[in-house]
Structures are given as structure tokens and as C-alpha cells.
Design a protein around this ligand. Structure first.
Ligand SMILES: C[C@@](CO)(OP(=O)(O)O)[C@H](O)COP(=O)(O)OP(=O)(O)OC[C@H]1O[C@@H](n2ccc(N)nc2=O)[C@H](O)[C@@H]1O
Ligand SMILES: Nc1ncnc2c1ncn2[C@@H]1O[C@H](COP(=O)(O)OP(=O)(O)O)[C@@H](O)[C@H]1O
Length: 276
């Protein structure tokens, strides 16, 4: 059976506190976007081992044991779920180190896929709890709805927000930002304005209030990323921001407008998407 894990963007991202466990409390809104990997699981009937992983598309660093889809399979096994040996096929289309949550989406969709194929009868609450163990923002992808997130990014409340029809110009420069390093450079602070209030304003006003706290430290380190954001505004974006800890940057363009055709530098990947 095949599934299509999708990416997310962050609408605002406030890093509010460093916690005793070394992680950070944050506030953000996750919004799913239609940029997808493809993930297939087939029951294995012959051959050695409990699983195999065949990857295609964009390459991922690290051996297969480190891949989050394999970690998801092992987690369910460790929890006592009855899983047969499987062959896993993963086609990567979502760039990594981009703040788009691609690895996290693969992990969460793997849990949902195995739950469905092998009739594990795990509830969404249970799947969220398992997903959170695999990565701070994995749990969001279980319900995969626009969500306000707090804590380390795993305490959720639903938000009434639809950007259906809005055009997204998403640019991933040829720069890898490590999430861990990005957090290490942050000075946590509480925001002046609450995100849940900001998203009730017209989108034209978001740029005056909605902030991604990582931009302040990531832009000086990687000026290319800040330049892309400035360019998106020059091209007519109604709102533009870096997503997550970077390095991708998105611009929101009004429904019905045609997305500009621009050059964002050598090695940049550009995606043109219509939000749902
Ligand atoms: C900050 C966000 C916003 O969406 O960044 P992006 O990954 O999207 O860029 C996410 O919450 C990231 O979630 P995720 O990518 O799953 O993080 P993890 O793999 O769990 O953590 C990677 C590292 O980031 C740091 N980390 C992560 C989450 C958090 N709330 N506080 C932290 O300090 C820790 O040092 C951790 O070792
Ligand atoms: N299935 C996967 N897809 C992408 N990255 C993965 C996967 N499994 C493990 N990783 C690791 O996760 C890190 C990037 O995670 P990803 O969620 O794609 O980016 P980001 O945290 O920027 O949103 C990389 O270091 C990569 O090696």
C-alpha cells in the first residue's frame, strides 16, 4: 500500500523558553502543504531480515537504521505490535534540512500506514504519542490539520484557518540548516503578540506582527536566505517567512494571482503550490 507524506510550513514561530531537558518551548502554527514524498510498504514473503528500505529521489544522509520510517517500524515492534517483515520504498521529493518537516512526515505516515495495513487498531491519540517520540514535530502529521502547537511542538489545539486557494512560492536554497544548531543560537523570549490573535487579522497585516524567531540568527549566518525573503516581498508576496529552522522560505500570493517567474540563485529549488 502506498501513501503520500506531505510537508508543512510554520506560520510564525516563537521560541519562548529553554527547558531543563535542553529542548525549547515554542509556539507556532503548522499548516500542511501539498509537497509530497511517496512511501510504500509491501509485506515481505521471502528473504532475510525484518525489513528492507529502498530509497529514490533526493538523497538522505545516514544509514537506513537512522531513517525515520525504519525507526517508526521498530517503535511499533517494540510496543508489541504484531508486524510481519516488510519491504519499504521511499521516494524523497521534500528537501531535508529545509524546515518543511519531511522526515517527520515520513515517520508519522509510516505509523498510520502500518496501523491501517496490519489492523493494529491504534487510536489517533496513541499514534500522536508514538510519533512525538520520533521527533518534536512528528505528531502534527498524524491529524495533519492546521494546528496551533506549544510545548516542544507537540501540544496541540485546532485553529480555524483556511488558506485554500492561496498560492505558495516555496524556495529551498542550497543551504542546510541544522535544527539543533539553530536552537543553540536562539535567545528565547515571549512574543509581544499571540499567534492565535494574529491569524484572525487579514493576511495583509501578518507581516507587521508574525515573526519566525529563527530568522534573527539564521539570516546573518546565511545571508542568501534573508535575500530570498526580501525578493519574495519585492515580487508581491502578501506574507513571506522562513519555515521552521530553515533553510526554505515561502511567499504567500493572493488566490487567482499568477506566481512570478524569478531566479533565486544557483542550486535553489523552487516549488509552486496551491494551498488546500
Ligand atoms: C523547530 C521546528 C519547527 O517546526 O523546526 P523544523 O524541523 O521544522 O525546522 C521543529 O519543531 C523541530 O522539530 P524536529 O525537527 O522534529 O526536532 P527534533 O528532531 O526532535 O530535534 C532536533 C534538535 O532540535 C532541538 N530542539 C527541537 C525541538 C524543540 N522544541 N526544542 C529543541 O531544542 C534539540 O536540540 C533537538 O536535538
Ligand atoms: N525519511 C527521512 N526523510 C528526510 N530526512 C530524514 C529521514 N529520516 C531521517 N532523516 C534525517 O532527518 C534530518 C532532516 O529532517 P527533515 O524533517 O527532512 O528536515 P527539517 O527538520 O528541516 O524539516 C536529516 O538530518 C536526515 O538525515
Amino acid at each position: 500500500m502506498i501513501t503520500f507524506p506531505n510537508a508543512k510550513i510554520n506560520l510564525g514561530l516563537n521560541i519562548t523558553e529553554k527547558r531543563p531537558d535542553g529542548y525549547h518551548n515554542l509556539e507556532t502554527i503548522f499548516y500542511p502543504i501539498p509537497l509530497e514524498d511517496a512511501l510504500e510498504v509491501c509485506t515481505r514473503h521471502e528473504g532475510e531480515g525484518k525489513y528492507s528500505l529502498t530509497q529514490s529521489g533526493l538523497s538522505i544522509e545516514g544509514d537506513i537504521e537512522k531513517n525515520l520510517v525504519v525507526k517508526a517500524y521498530k517503535l511499533l515492534q517494540d510496543e508489541g505490535c504484531d508486524l510481519p517483515p516488510v519491504d519499504i520504498y521511499l521516494h524523497k521529493h521534500i528537501p531535508s534540512g529545509a524546515g518543511l518537516g519531511g522526515g517527520s512526515a515520513d515517520a508519522a505516515f509510516m505509523l498510520k500506514l502500518l496501523n491501517g495495513i496490519y489492523n493494529l487498531h491504534l487510536t489517533e491519540d496513541c499514534l500522536e504519542e508514538y510519533a512525538a517520540r520520533l521527533g518534536a514535530d512528528c505528531a502534527f502529521f498524524i491529524r495533519n490539520q492546521p494546528t496551533y502547537a506549544e510545548g516542544i511542538g507537540n501540544i496541540f489545539s485546532p485553529v480555524k484557518l483556511s488558506l485554500a486557494g492561496w498560492q505558495l512560492l516555496l524556495v529551498k536554497p542550497n543551504v542546510f540548516v541544522s535544527t539543533r544548531d539553530a536552537f543553540a543560537r536562539i535567545c528565547p523570549r515571549h512574543p509581544a503578540h499571540n499567534l492565535k490573535d494574529i491569524i484572525k487579522l487579514p493576511i495583509e497585516k501578518w507581516k507587521d506582527y508574525m515573526i519566525n524567531d529563527f530568522e534573527e540568527s539564521v539570516f546573518p549566518q546565511f545571508p542568501t536566505i534573508g535575500d530570498i525573503k526580501a525578493k519574495l516581498y519585492r515580487l508581491g508576496a502578501v506574507y513571506a517567512s522562513m519555515s521552521g529552522s530553515g533553510s526554505s522560505v515561502y511567499g504567500l500570493f493572493a488566490p487567482g494571482s499568477s506566481l512570478p517567474d524569478a531566479d533565486f540563485g544557483t542550486g535553489s529549488q523552487v516549488f509552486r503550490l496551491t494551498l488546500k
